[in-house]
Design a protein around this ligand. Structure first.
Ligand SMILES: NC(=O)c1ccc[n+]([C@@H]2O[C@H](COP(=O)([O-])OP(=O)(O)OC[C@H]3O[C@@H](n4cnc5c(N)ncnc54)[C@H](O)[C@@H]3O)[C@@H](O)[C@H]2O)c1
Length: 449
């Protein structure tokens, strides 16, 4: 597809998901939107800082019970960015409900611990606030259905803020896939391979600090994320790996995930880290972590592709999302940025992907590379928030929606059952309830936001 055609297809971006009309305020492009943030820890503050760069957004409320760090640091960001002080809702864990009573709030962004996502998302939708929902999303099968039903019942939309769908190389490779460079897609890989030992265990004062504390004695994610490693064994963080490859294979838009099977290694890394850094006598050396160090999940799709996800957060290793996209003409891999395309690259060897990345750089990245330059995670955080804000302002459907949230999140509880049952096959529910076959994938055609 040439650039002209590419731009011409943006109208498709508004092809309908909701058959009923959405009774929410319509914003002209000039209008500002008023946003309330629920959860302003590490991630919420990064969203806050990014949103403060925009003149079409006002942050009018923050809800977070942490008055020691989260709220004061957020207020500092607002001051540094010369923004007005918002209303603070920090009395307790449920004070976000009072914030949702504020009529002036048009949209909320939820960046809280995983166990709060669906509860807070449903409350916000019922209050008529558009929702930007951080990953990981829902944590049980029931929660996946509950959030889908809440969007359908209220007619208020939710965007799943899976930022990796906007990574520059990922968008270029999606562009290549959609333009047939790989031929027909066969097998895709993704994952979350991130040494989180110093995030899951710290000194209670800072992330990446020395220390082997977690739970009430931990700081930031060590407070709430680590208990998931104690109590659960499965693919606990599927969406960074799955989101991009799901968009490349039209999942929920002409294709769907059908089944999965997961296996886990033994659990060693977190215990070893505690012993190495806190000593064998430290009380946490007695903790029995259920999460296997490496969890591998195989998925099948209705259109005949296979996928593999890897969750690997407790071992020494360089960061990688382990992407690999393979089709009938060749393949690309994220690690070492390598490509092989039959007839275009030398036979039987990998080549560097640099010129391919330049040739297929996505129009969105060409358009916004200056704005994205200093945004989080190599710029991709700009794009996910830009899409959220612009869709709110223009009353358009979100590019990543509640069906994506449910379909990508349900991998976690299903993988837990599969691991427990020695790799048993689990059927993946169709949260679109049949709509997947007629929905269109317009993600790669988006040239505005
Ligand atoms: N997309 C990404 O790249 C990315 C990166 C980091 C984190 N995240 C996600 O963002 C979320 C938050 O992670 P984090 O690193 O900011 O964790 P964090 O622990 O630093 O922040 C969580 C914040 O939520 C607050 N909170 C807890 N219960 C609350 C409640 N009931 N109401 C309001 N606030 C509440 C806590 O006080 C804390 O300030 C997680 O879901 C995480 O997976 C996504």
């Amino acid at each position: 597809m040439d650039r002209k055609t590419f731009l011409g297809t943006t109208a498709l971006a508004s092809v309908g998901l909701f058959s009923h009309s959405i009774s929410l305020p319509v914003f002209s492009k000039k209008n500002k939107i008023n946003i309330g943030l629920i959860g302003v820890g590490a991630r919420g503050q990064s969203h806050l800082d990014e949103l403060c760069k925009r003149d079409d957004v006002e942050i009018i409320a923050l809800a977070d019970p942490d008055s020691d760090w989260a709220i004061p640091s957020s207020l500092e960001i607002l001051k540094r960015r010369s923004r007005k002080e918002p209303q603070i809702f920090g009395k307790d864990d449920n004070d976000y409900l009072r914030m949702l009573e504020m009529k002036e709030i048009h949209a909320v962004i939820i960046s809280t611990p995983w166990e709060w996502h669906v509860k807070q998302g449903i409350a916000a939708l019922e209050a008529g606030k558009k929702v930007g929902m951080e990953v990981a999303g829902a944590i049980s099968i029931q929660e996946c259905w509950d959030i889908v039903h809440a969007v359908e019942r209220t007619g208020t939309p939710l965007m799943f803020l899976e930022n990796v769908c906007y990574r520059r190389d990922v968008m270029a490779v999606m562009n290549m896939a959609k333009r047939g460079v790989f031929g027909e897609l066969l097998h895709l890989q993704g994952g979350y391979q991130h040494d989180l030992r110093a995030v899951k265990l710290n000194d209670g004062k800072s992330p990446y600090g020395k220390g082997v504390e977690f739970g009430d004695n931990g700081f930031s994610e060590a407070k709430w994320r680590t208990p998931h490693s104690v109590n659960r064994n499965g693919e606990l963080y599927p969406t960074h790996g799955l989101g991009p490859i799901a968009m490349m294979t039209d999942i929920n838009r002409g294709n769907r995930l059908v089944s999965l099977s997961s296996v886990a290694t033994k659990s060693r890394g977190l215990h070893k880290y505690i012993v190495d850094n806190g000593g064998a006598q430290h009380k946490n050396a007695a903790v029995d972590f259920k999460l296997g160090d490496i969890v591998t999940t195989l998925l099948t799709t209705a259109n005949g592709e296979t996928m593999m996800l890897s969750h690997d957060t407790s071992s020494p290793r360089p960061y990688s999302l382990n992407f690999r996209i393979q089709g009938t003409h060749g393949l690309w891999m994220d690690d070492l940025q390598q490509i092989h395309i039959e007839g275009k690259t030398k036979p039987h060897v990998w080549e560097t992907d640099q010129t391919w990345m330049e040739t297929y750089d996505h129009p969105l990245w060409k358009k916004y590379s200056a704005e994205a330059k200093n945004a989080g995670h190599g710029g991709m955080d700009f794009f996910v928030l830009n899409a959220f804000v612009e869709c709110c302002k223009n009353n358009e459907e979100f590019p990543l929606d509640v069906y994506d949230m449910a379909t990508w999140s349900v991998i976690t509880p299903l993988s837990e059952t599969s691991v427990k049952e020695g790799g048993s096959k689990q059927d993946i529910p169709d949260f679109t309830q049949g709509k997947w076959s007629s929905r269109k994938n317009t993600f790669n055609h988006r040239a505005d936001y």
